[in-house]
Ligand binder design. Sequence first.
Ligand code: ATP
Ligand code: MG
Length: 211
Amino acid sequence: MTHADPERLAILVHEVRSPVAALAAIAEVCVNERLETPARRPLIELAVAACRGIERLVTDAALASVRREKVDIRRLVEEAAAAAVLGGGNVRVQVDDGLPTLHVDPLRLRQALDNLVSNALVHAESAVVVAVHARRAGAEVLLSVVDQGPGVPLDEQQRIFEPGVRLSSERSGSGLGLAVARAVVEAHGGKLIVESVAGKGATFTIALPAS
Ligand SMILES: Nc1ncnc2c1ncn2[C@@H]1O[C@H](COP(=O)(O)OP(=O)(O)OP(=O)(O)O)[C@@H](O)[C@H]1O
Ligand SMILES: [Mg+2]
C-alpha cells in the first residue's frame, strides 16, 4: 500500500458528488418509469457501471487514507455521541467495560460512525432515541447504531451501500454516507452490516478485528 494520504478520501468524496448525482438521476428515472424494456437496458447498465467505478474509487481512497494509531474506543464512541447531541440529536451510549485498545484510524472511524449516527437521526424521523453500543464479541469489537425508525426493507439492504443509492428523494443527501462508511471499515479489515425489519427500526454494526 502507498503511504497514507489523509486528505484523499475527503477530496474524492467532494469530487464524486456530481457523478453520483447523475447516477442517482438515472436510477430515479429507471425506478419511476419501471424501466425494464430492452431499449432502456443500456441506461441501467450505464448506471451500474458508473456505480462500480465510484465504489472502486472510494475503496481505494479509504485504503490510502488510513493512518492507524492506538485508539480508546470508549472515548471515540462517547465523543461521536456527544457531537450528535450537540447537534440536537437524542443519542444514548452504552460501552461495555474492558474493551481492548484498537489499532485504527480515529478520524476515519469517527467519520464512519458519524455517518451511521446521522443517518439514524435523519432517516428515522420517528426515532426518539438513537442508541450506540460498543461491545466485544469473540475476536471482534462491535459498534452498533440502533434506531426505531422505518427500517430498511430486506430487498434494499445490500443496495443502500452503493454510491448514489437513496431510498427516498424526500430528504437531501448524495447517497455517499454508507458507501464511505463501508469502505473505511473494510480498509480496517472489518465489516459494516445492517439488520432491519421494515417498520421496526434498523441496526447498523461496524465489526472490527479486536487485535
Ligand atoms: N437508519 C436508517 N433508517 C432507514 N433508512 C436508512 C438508514 N440509513 C440509511 N438509510 C437509507 O439508505 C440510503 C443511503 O444512505 P447514505 O448514508 O449512503 O446516503 P444519504 O444519507 O441519503 O446521503 P449522504 O449520507 O451522502 O448525505 C438513505 O438515503 C436511506 O434511504
Ligand atoms: Mg447518510
